[in-house]
Design a protein around this ligand. Structure first.
Ligand SMILES: [Zn+2]
Length: 307
């Protein structure tokens, strides 16, 4: 299928209380693993290009890989910019064929975040592209953050409502207890806060960043209360490297790097499948690439079969 916009996919997720996995795409093997898992699970999927991926692969390669990946599967695939740095980068991505944009002005003063987000939303909406923005700050493990800092950086529900009204943004990344790049699942989300934000902006899909460090049951609870997009990067990177490490031992005598890297790809695919099932997005896409109607899903579940 050609790439699709994240807008209708996230709206459907909001209606049906599931979340779409947004997986970071750094190289061919990770991209292949993500779309193969989505295809087999009949799930819509977002492949996102991070600032690190742009530095590593370059914008043209990163976007090109995702476009090719979308063309060989029959589930909806979105090409999304992760943590866009400024107005110009969003324009470049729009021009390069991205189907979903993001501007992260969370570290800027509030008024500046509002102004730049609004400007990007205006140009994106002119060509029907949706924009994600961030309010509150999802911090980084590299900054050695304390629990108090994580709490202090959380999104304020009232401000979220004002921000969405002022900017017209399509989805909102919120800070609700996760931290980027955690390597073990220890964090718990502030679910009452998620509920309060969702109550203020019930029509805006909420986005969870830093999910790799959050307990599975807490992620599921967040999804039940308005989280519609869950970003996953660290867990995929960990799986990829673990697969490669095993391959380097198993094929120690081989001169063929594909053997080891292939094991990395297999490992990523398994993690993506696990996440898709956790997010409740498995089996929501029919054989034509459209959404299965909720009634039909219910019947399938009753019969013990997933179409
Ligand atoms: Zn993030």
């Amino acid at each position: 299928m050609p790439l699709v916009s994240s807008k209708p996919i996230l709206e459907e997720a909001l209606r049906q209380h599931f979340a779409v996995g947004a997986f970071n795409a750094n190289n061919m093997e990770q991209v292949q693993a993500i779309v193969e898992a989505a295809q087999e699970e009949r799930a819509p999927v977002i492949l996102q290009v991070s600032q690190g991926a742009i530095r590593y692969a370059g914008m043209a390669f990163a976007a090109g890989l995702v476009k090719i990946a979308a063309s060989v599967v029959s589930v909806p695939v979105v090409l999304h910019l992760d943590h866009g740095t400024d107005f110009d980068q969003n324009v470049r991505c729009l021009y390069a064929g991205f189907t979903s944009l993001m501007y992260d002005g969370s570290k800027k003063p509030y008024e500046q975040n509002v102004a730049t987000t609004k400007k990007i939303v205006e140009i994106a909406h002119a060509v029907d592209l949706p924009v994600e923005a961030e309010l509150g700050q999802v911090l980084q493990t590299s900054d050695r953050v304390t629990y108090e800092q994580v709490c202090a950086a959380m999104t304020d529900p009232q401000q979220a409502r004002e921000f969405v009204e002022l900017t017209g943004v399509d989805s909102l990344a919120i800070a609700c207890g996760s931290v980027h790049a955690m390597t073990s699942r220890e964090a718990e989300l502030d679910v009452p806060r998620i509920k309060a934000i969702h109550a203020q902006i019930p029509n805006t899909p909420l986005v969870l960043h830093g999910s790799s460090g959050v307990k599975h049951e807490s992620v599921a609870e967040g999804i039940a209360h308005g989280i519609c997009k869950v970003n996953v990067a660290t867990a995929l990177n960990q799986a990829f490297l673990e697969g490669i490490r095993q391959g380097l031992v198993q094929f120690a005598e081989s001169t063929d790097p594909r053997k080891s890297i292939g094991l990395g790809r297999d490992a990523v695919k398994e993690i993506v499948r696990e996440k898709i099932r956790l997010f409740g997005s498995a089996g929501v896409i029919d054989s034509t690439g459209g959404f299965v109607s909720p009634k039909k899903q219910y019947r399938s579940a009753e019969l013990g079969a997933v179409e």
